[in-house]
Design a binder for this molecule. Structure first.
Ligand SMILES: NC(=O)C1=CN([C@@H]2O[C@H](COP(=O)(O)OP(=O)(O)OC[C@H]3O[C@@H](n4cnc5c(N)ncnc54)[C@H](O)[C@@H]3O)[C@@H](O)[C@H]2O)C=CC1
Length: 514
């Protein structure tokens, strides 16, 4: 729940679960814009009192609020946040996967799971030597557990009224627990949108402990930056059950309620435990000062920042990022370089209409501004235990992590072939082609092929079919959701097995315009 993704946080996945499951049709999982309905009084108070006790996870955390790292003072005071004057739209630059691809609004833990569960992530914060293992092929389907059956039945009933359930849930949460309101962004549209999507995923994956736990651990760690504390979880669970029982009347009975209580207790416990472990070794967030701001086109900027503390990550991963102008609104951006000796991080940001964070980063951010960074996430990383070639498709600003992967291969000194297909709508949109061509000049194992839609009269995935063979290659895709979907189809068509195709989960990339 809760914040789904990551948001994901934006989970990375292989095409074996390409993130297209669930939530795509029907009930408006991605675009609810109806105003919240007021909660219908306290009619469920007594029942939910019982639930509250049942939902309370064990608090194993040594902490509860911000640890020492969170009490840091930014190098210089960020500008005073201003209240949003318009709805946050979709910062489609990867990140918003809030989609809008990137939105990652602050939220207390709402239980949840990704609509597309990501490839298992490492338990610990990524370190340069902790490359995630390749994702194993999916296990053969097992019969659903009784709890999963009940949960899915609930989800099927609420799917057509997803907007209402989401609105009701947040209304309930903020009326009953007004102290939690400050953890969320001022405008809640995107957050409302994410909740049920996450629930749907939880329902779909409740039996898949390995993947679910891994996802939830990431989610728990990622929630630290919101100020989420263990005691928030029961409140969220209570309101979740309140909303589900109201809108899934036909399916709801004591057994169903018990199944949800078990599921939520498990979900919240995994998140709380992961956050507690993470608290011992990493800050909940990093302050990062903008060091340079390079406007490459009227709407694409390369933003380079210096974190206030060491920031370990792997090439191919991404971070959530908050600007001082839109507090508690987070978007995901991929690191555009492999880790550098000077500790600087770069992001490629495209301003999109109604994309609050991306527009601020492109049009407002200047050297000296202070941003906040969440922990690194994602497993679209290079497997250095093999010498397979890398077939990389980067569409638009999706070239950012591809460039990082190329640098990573270069630093490891292996002579493995890397073929980069860099797609853009027009020649002007190939804003990073000079960098990519310079890399090609320096490395004989690297081939960079720009594909301009207007000139080639075809899009990136189709262009790849004309080259090859790709039998000895692992594939990496990064770009808009449509490119990922079509790219995965094209690559499977030409014989690359799903488990050798890596990309961030499509949900996390869903942009309003796509
Ligand atoms: N900024 C970042 O760090 C990252 C951004 N992204 C995502 O990349 C996207 C970049 O957006 P833009 O630069 O506006 O890219 P764009 O929309 O201009 O597309 C770039 C290229 O991708 C291909 N493409 C687009 N849609 C396609 C489709 N439906 N089927 C097949 N091929 C298609 C085309 O070749 C096109 O020229 C955003 O959705 C963003 O969320 C992904 C990873 C990292």
């Amino acid at each position: 729940m809760f914040e789904a993704r990551h948001s994901m946080d934006a989970p990375t996945t292989t095409s074996a679960d390409n993130g297209t499951s669930g939530g795509g049709g029907g009930g408006g999982w991605f675009t609810p814009h109806t105003p919240p309905e007021p909660p219908a009084g306290g009619e469920q108070g007594a029942t939910e009192g019982r639930r509250l006790a049942a939902l309370r996870p064990v608090n194993r955390s040594a902490a509860g609020g911000a640890g020492p790292a969170q009490r840091r003072i930014p190098p210089s005071a960020p500008p005073a946040p201003s209240a949003p004057s318009a709805r946050p739209g979709s910062d489609t630059d990867r990140a918003d996967v809030e989609p809008a691809a990137d939105v990652e609004p602050a939220a207390p833990p709402t239980a949840t799971a990704p609509t597309a569960v990501s490839a298992p992530a490492p338990d610990s914060a990524p370190a340069p030597d902790s490359v995630p293992a390749p994702v194993p092929p999916p296990a053969p389907a097992r019969p659903a557990s009784p709890d999963a059956v009940l949960i899915r039945r609930t989800m099927a009933e609420v799917a057509p009224v997803a907007d209402k359930v989401t609105s009701y849930f947040y209304a309930l949460l903020f009326v009953r627990h007004p102290d939690l309101r400050p953890l969320f962004p001022a405008a809640m549209d995107t957050q409302r949108d994410r909740l049920l999507k996450a629930l749907l995923t939880a329902a779909e994956h409740i039996d898949n402990t390995e993947i679910l736990v891994s996802y939830l651990q990431n989610l728990g760690r990622g929630h630290r930056k919101y100020g989420t504390r263990p005691e928030h979880y029961p409140a969220v669970g209570e309101c979740l059950l309140g909303a589900l029982s109201r809108f899934a009347e036909a399916a709801w009975d004591s057994e169903t309620e018990a199944a949800w209580v078990r599921a939520y207790t498990k979900i919240s416990q995994v998140m709380i435990d992961a956050a507690a472990v993470d608290e011992l070794r990493a800050p909940a967030w990093w302050y990062a000062e903008v060091i340079s701001h390079d406007l490459r086109t009227p709407d694409v900027a390369v933003v380079t920042v210096r974190p206030d503390q060491p920031y370990p990550f792997l090439a191919g991963q991404y971070a959530s990022l908050e600007t001082p102008w839109w507090p508690r609104v987070w978007r995901h951006y991929s690191f555009a370089s492999a880790p550098r000796s000077d500790g600087l991080l770069s992001f490629h940001v495209k301003a999109v209409p109604a994309g609050w964070v991306s527009s601020a980063l492109v049009h407002r951010a200047r050297p000296g501004d202070i941003l906040r960074l969440g922990p690194p996430a994602g497993s679209m990383t290079v497997d250095h235990t093999t010498d397979s070639g890398l077939l990389c498709l980067g569409g638009g600003t999706g070239i950012a992590p591809i460039k990082a992967l190329v640098e990573d291969v270069a630093e490891h000194g292996q002579r493995r072939p890397v073929e980069v297909f860099y797609g853009a709508r027009t020649g002007h949109d190939l804003y990073d082609i000079d960098t990519m061509l310079r890399l090609q000049q320096s490395h004989s194992w690297l081939a960079v092929r720009p594909i301009v839609d207007q000139q080639a009269h075809l899009q990136l995935p189709d262009a790849v079919r004309e080259y090859g063979p790709w039998d000895e290659y692992d594939a990496y895709l990064s770009g808009p959701p449509g490119m990922i979907r079509n790219g995965v189809d094209a690559l499977r068509d030409i014989g690359i097995p799903s488990e050798r195709i890596r990309h961030d989960a499509v949900e996390d990339l869903v942009a309003a315009r796509d």
